[in-house]
Design a protein. Sequence first.
Length: 265
Amino acid sequence: MGIKMRIIVCVKQVPDTNEVKIDPVKGTLIRAGVPCILNPDDANALEAALKIKDEIPSTTIAVLTMGLPQAQIMLKECLSMGADEAYLLSDRAFGGADTCATSTTLAYGIKKIGQADIIFTGRQAIDGDTAQVGPQTAQRLNIPFVTYVQDIKLKDDCIQVRRQMEDGYEVLEVQMPCLLTAVKELNEPRYMSIYNIMSIEEKPITVWNHEDIELDPDNCGLKASPTQVLRSFTPSSKGKGEMLYGTAQESAKTLIAKMNEKHML
């Protein structure tokens, strides 16, 4: 491994899902007055990059996002956490993108930034939960990728990762350049530092449109999105649950009796 590394972290500004409400008539998200935050899994991805920089100080970290101009607020937060550079892909042509078109745009942005040893993304965004953008971006860049990464070890000629599974984990080795998607178990994101906040003006945010990254408008945004969301809705609430009290044996006996009554056993 060289003494200097180049890392790109793909991040996204998302509405705080604790504040999101659904219009019962239109079936759409009510975004008015809803605060936007750095996607939680992306914060873990950025922290993974920062930990590598702690280990190899000559490492440079660039954060990249696609979104509206207001996403610069989130990018400044990333710079205040320790990222070195920030790039915003913002253009009306990018609007209405699904995961397919988003990953295409991000891939073009990554190529514009330049070669990276590692590309980090979060596992998924809390406003979509598809977990597709990271792998699709790697596919468009024609590089290997590992999803659901919960541990990382740098080796001389590769990266060893522990990949989270439903019933355990698997250990894999992947060659660089590669893309890794981070889960929350990977680390605890650090806070913004006073030093980085004070020096934020020394780290300007670069804004690119489709022409800057040489992307045909027909290959991004709504025009290049084979999937579209028809509507969003809040599932109807279920009936109130019944609490069982007593010892484990008593509760189990009561539960079995009630399930027999309902012919569930």
